[in-house]
Design a protein around this ligand. Structure first.
Ligand SMILES: NC(=O)c1ccc[n+]([C@@H]2O[C@H](COP(=O)([O-])OP(=O)(O)OC[C@H]3O[C@@H](n4cnc5c(N)ncnc54)[C@H](OP(=O)(O)O)[C@@H]3O)[C@@H](O)[C@H]2O)c1
Length: 245
């Protein structure tokens, strides 16, 4: 079962970055794509990509999540919605920001998978792709964000056990620093946001989306469990001459 055997995809975090790039690639491959995020005006821009249906939704609203996602017959779920935690030192973090990070990155991902998986099991056709992070695979130094992405890593591994025999494949794609709007969720300092994309050639949302589609496109006998991809000049955990993690 490769991409040509999938007909419908659901992408969260579709209004920008990796999610938006994934919507465009999948729609370009002829799939009907459901695009989910909060910013309606940004979702509308995806309409020119092909057969795209938009759903304006805050994934932290559990009732709305199940009511909306549970109705979509998705062969593919790409969990890309996520936020970074603030740059503040751990002991100064706003408790509300801690909750928002975990509610979006962990609970949003789990509930989206829970909402779409009954239909996938019934149809014996499904592929869940979770966007993790190198912060979930290595201790880099952003503990709340790292905890959220560590949870996504173990979730992805354990889902393979829990869904074995159902016909659902599970893939984690964990990028390093990627040029998207997520930096704005970490700091309001424009110079700091700009600096995160400078100093070396960082990867793009399209690079990550290509990895997602590559995993989806494998023959049925192949489950791509984990893809870690970073800029050539970014080595997780080992900064060398580049303070780039
Ligand atoms: N950029 C990086 O360096 C990097 C590296 C590793 C992993 N990642 C991961 O990649 C994923 C995509 O992030 P990105 O880099 O593409 O950043 P992005 O451009 O900021 O995209 C994040 C998306 O998540 C959506 N979102 C956030 N909170 C939401 C909520 N409560 N309900 C619904 N949608 C929500 C945002 O849309 P709305 O604001 O419109 O709701 C947006 O579409 C995230 O999981 C992130 O942790 C990013």
């Amino acid at each position: 079962m490769a991409l040509k055997d999938y007909r419908t995809a659901l992408v969260t975090g579709a209004s920008s970055g990796i999610g938006a790039a994934t919507v465009r690639l999948l729609a370009g491959r002829g799939l009907a794509v459901h695009a989910v995020a909060r910013r309606h005006e940004r979702l509308i821009e995806l309409k020119d990509a092909g057969d795209v249906t938009i759903h304006t939704l805050d994934l932290r609203d559990r009732a709305a999540l199940y009511a909306t996602l549970g109705e979509i017959e998705a062969d593919i779920l790409v969990n890309s919605a996520g936020v970074g935690s603030r740059f503040d030192p751990f002991h100064e973090l706003d408790p509300d920001n801690i909750d928002a990070t975990l509610e979006t990155n962990v609970l949003g991902t789990i509930h989206a998978a829970r909402a779409v998986s009954p239909g996938m099991v019934a149809r014996r056709r499904g592929h869940i792709v979770n966007i993790g992070s190198i912060f979930g695979l290595h201790a880099i130094g952003s503990s709340v964000y790292g905890a959220s992405k560590g949870a996504v890593h173990v979730l992805s591994q354990d889902l393979r056990h829990d869904l074995k025999g159902t016909g659902i494949r599970v893939t984690e794609v964990s990028p390093g620093r990627t040029a998207t709007e997520i930096f704005a969720t970490m700091t309001d300092d424009q110079a700091a946001q700009t600096a995160m994309a400078e100093g070396f050639e960082i990867i793009t949302a399209e690079d990550v989306a290509e990895a997602v589609v590559w995993a989806l496109d494998q023959p049925w006998r192949v489950n791509v469990s984990l893809i870690e991809l970073t800029a050539t000049e970014q080595i997780p955990g080992g900064v060398g001459i580049h303070p780039v993690t």
